[in-house]
Write a protein that binds this ligand. Structure first.
Ligand code: ATR
Length: 289
């Protein structure tokens, strides 16, 4: 992009931040729409987070993305946060509204948007298994609960953590929620009548362990979803494809959480396919290294 006097900086605060695909995704979108924005990664250490957030206002930046490990702490340095972000207890997107910093969490809604776009899946009335009970699970669990599913099983290696999250959100929604271990045996019975299973852990990512799930017990019309996108197709997804189940990979959530942020910052509809192409290109470049 040609930097003129109209240029504005948007970016991402993280520690580490070098792995992020967001600059590739957003800069491609800004360029396509001819917007005078440039998206930059900022390596912000936890001790500097407050000052970095204050700089959004001082430098008149339209907004910022927040990533690991700042998503929870960033909340307390904002002027406001939308209800979903407050309930989830984490923000991934900040919008600068004429000097007021407003926090949003677009992870869960981005996840559901991409799931629907790619597979047609709607959560209402469905039985769903969520594997994991960490930060990513919180956003996805919350977004799913707002769509009135029939039953959600939160399955986590540490059952206590799944139970705590199930109790916390269970009070707010009239949905049957069960906490479970994440072992194959524990999940066999739930799998038989589940319509969606989503992995929200890092299992299956390059260099991590593998996810052991009883794919063979799922009904034929089940959707298998993974938020991991490195590799693009995890063993979990490949196993589901072998069974000819519908699959949803992690790239979609990455694109759509960004697309919602893009729309909040610019007021323009995000060019989702341009963003997807840019992410794939950046990902391939990195995988080759
Ligand atoms: P994130 O914000 O990416 O979700 P997190 O809050 O650290 O990260 O949560 C990581 C999730 O992956 C947790 O559900 C974790 O299970 P525990 O609560 O039992 O730790 C899960 N996880 C990570 N490594 C795992 C492994 N090797 N086996 C099973 N679950 C794992």
């Amino acid at each position: 992009m040609k930097i003129t006097g109209a240029a504005k900086i948007i970016g991402i605060f993280g520690d580490p931040v070098g792995h992020t695909l967001s600059p590739a995704i957003h800069n491609a979108a800004f360029e396509r729409l001819g917007l005078p924005y440039v998206y930059v990664p900022f390596h912000v250490k936890p001790a500097e987070l407050k000052k970095a957030i204050e700089a959004i206002r001082a430098l008149d930046m339209p907004g910022i993305n927040i990533t690991i490990p700042h998503k929870e702490r960033a909340l307390k340095f904002l002027d406001e946060a939308d209800e979903d972000a407050r309930r989830i207890g984490a923000v991934n997107t900040i919008v600068n509204m004429e000097g007021r910093l407003i926090g949003y969490n677009t992870d869960g809604t981005g996840y559901l948007r991409s799931l629907r776009e790619e597979t047609g899946f709607k959560a209402a009335g469905k039985n769903i298994i969520i594997i994991g009970a960490g930060g990513a699970a919180r956003s996805i669990f919350y977004a799913i609960l707002t769509h009135k599913p029939e039953r959600v099983v939160l399955a986590n290696r540490t059952v206590k953590r799944a139970r705590a999250l199930a109790d916390e959100f269970g009070r707010r929604f009239n949905v049957k929620i069960e906490a479970s271990g994440a072992g194959k045996d524990a999940l066999e019975a739930y799998s038989k009548d589940s319509h969606l299973v989503v992995n929200t852990t890092s299992l299956g990512m390059m260099g991590e362990g593998r996810l052991d799930f009883p794919l063979e017990s799922l009904p034929e019309n089940a959707v298998v979803s993974d938020i991991v996108y490195r590799p693009l197709k995890t063993e979990f997804i490949k196993g589901a494809e072998k069974r000819a189940l519908k699959v949803h990979t992690g790239l979609g959530m990455l694109i759509h959480q960004g697309a919602i942020g893009f729309e909040l910052w610019t007021g323009r509809k995000a060019p989702v396919e341009v963003m997807r192409k840019a992410a794939l290109k950046a990902l391939k470049g990195k995988e080759a290294v």
